[in-house]
Design a protein around this ligand. Structure first.
Ligand code: ADP
Ligand code: ADP
Length: 226
């Protein structure tokens, strides 16, 4: 089944230098359970496209449909991971993971077990009561992945989630992501500058580019994930 449908989606920013056409006329579908990587040079509109899919950036033109319904704003069923782990420094690791639960006023008790399990999965059980400042960059990013997964969102969007990490941690995170997908497949949108990572993790690779920027290439990876 289709999870997301984009119909002639465009974005033009207004800046002091005049209008910037960041994304031009993208029409495509993303299937339920697909892991889609987005590649392309800096400034080609990858983040803008992802933020429009997540409802965090307004759309200048076009329509985004999620499971048959037109969507406009931010939604609970979208998990987000960014390049830098934006953890709250005054909260413990555990409370950072549970932060979406608190914001959405859901019962903490029902999610505590899942928070413990997620932190165990990324090897951070011993650090639940630490503050973010006591962790390395890679560990903080693992916490932000747990936070994105705590509500078990059917749609996970990641904007260069591993680019601030060293090569070894990055490989570990790739394996962790594969593991998450094996245990609980979901729809993924993954921005990366690494072709290797895109091919390793995804079912499909989109390449953006050109002026104004569009999706110029759309490749299915037939052998899929291991
Ligand atoms: P990246 O290549 O890592 O996506 P960018 O430089 O394209 O980084 O954008 C980084 C952030 O700065 C984005 O959140 C974007 O909204 C903002 N940004 C980028 N270009 C401009 C601009 N010309 N004016 C205002 N904000 C901008
Ligand atoms: P990418 O993620 O591929 O690096 P972005 O989506 O961040 O690309 O940016 C696409 C284009 O839009 C760039 O030219 C960037 O400078 C511009 N841009 C991004 N955010 C803003 C903003 N808030 N205001 C003005 N221009 C922006």
């Amino acid at each position: 089944a289709k999870h997301l449908d984009l119909w002639q989606v465009s974005k033009t920013y207004q800046s002091a230098q005049g209008p910037v056409e960041a994304v031009s006329d993208v029409t495509m579908s993303i299937e339920e359970g697909d892991f889609v990587s987005i590649l392309g040079p800096s400034g080609c509109g990858k983040s803008t496209l992802m933020m429009m899919l997540a409802g965090l950036e307004s759309i200048t033109d076009g329509v985004v449909v999620e499971r048959g319904r037109q969507v406009t704003g931010p939604r609970e069923d979208v998990g987000l991971i960014f390049q830098d782990a934006t953890l709250l420094p005054w909260l413990s690791v555990l409370d950072n993971v549970l932060f979406p639960v608190k914001i959405l006023k859901k019962p903490r008790n029902e999610y505590l077990r899942r928070a413990h399990d997620l932190l165990a999965m990324v090897g951070l059980s011993k650090f639940e009561n630490h503050r973010p400042s006591q962790l390395s960059g890679g560990m903080r990013q693992r916490v932000s992945i747990c936070r994105a997964l705590i509500l078990d969102p059917p749609l996970l969007m990641m904007d260069e989630p591993f680019s601030a990490l060293d090569a070894i941690t990055r490989d570990e995170m790739n394996l962790a992501l594969l593991d998450i997908w094996q245990k609980n497949p979901k729809t993924g949108v993954f921005i990366t500058h690494s072709i290797r990572e895109a091919v390793l993790l995804s079912d499909r690779v989109l390449v953006m580019g050109g002026r104004p920027s569009k999706v110029v290439c759309d490749i299915k990876i037939p052998f899929g994930r291991p």
